[in-house]
Design a protein around this ligand. Sequence first.
Ligand SMILES: O=C[C@H](O)[C@H](O)[C@H](O)COP(=O)(O)O
Length: 221
Amino acid sequence: MSRDQLKQQAAEKALGFVEEGSVVGVGTGSTVAFFIDGLAKMKARIDGAVSSSEQSTRQLQAHGIPVYDLNAVGPLKLYIDGADECDPWDRLIKGGGAALTREKIIAQASETFVCIIDPAKQVELLGAFPLPVEVVPMARSLVGREILKLDGQPVWREGVVTDNGGWIIDVHGWRIQDPVALEARLNQIPGVISVGLFAARPADVVIVGDQIRPKRPLAAP
Ligand SMILES: O=C[C@H](O)[C@H](O)[C@H](O)COP(=O)(O)O
């Protein structure tokens, strides 16, 4: 089975989490694109969506699904999104498509975050996928120097401007032993808008292909 078929399987399985009459939080990316296509088939049974990117908004609206401002609808029951990497404790690297900030906002605003991936996204240790960090443009060099002090190799994703007007730095070379601590540390650097580590608020459910993956228990301290 191809990676696209496995992404589509995960997306279709996630449709089972969508409740009648609800507003669904919708992420961004190629896996979510399959989810949006599936959601379109049940659009008469939902109220609409909150979207994490202009790209997803366009796809939702093309299907005739109403897209709401998060401020207008308040907390959400469900958020569906993909990821670039997922560790055994459902902590994620996201932002390969530069949508990390709005994704993080909607994940935080949602009761249940269902992450949909193909098996190749599963890792023991996060960091082989370069970690995206969104920054205020004038802080790019400053944040880069701070990342160097933490032994990361910052690479500016030149030419990419996010939906929020931010720039992206991809950090190479980290094997992330403590993602919660690294997320908190990076969030302290002035000029960082958000960090593509979803560790303090991991996914609640991970679907890999057509399977809901069991969560590995955290080792006792
Ligand atoms: O910014 C993009 C998002 O975090 C995506 O959810 C992530 O990059 C996964 O995308 P895809 O499903 O295309 O692999």
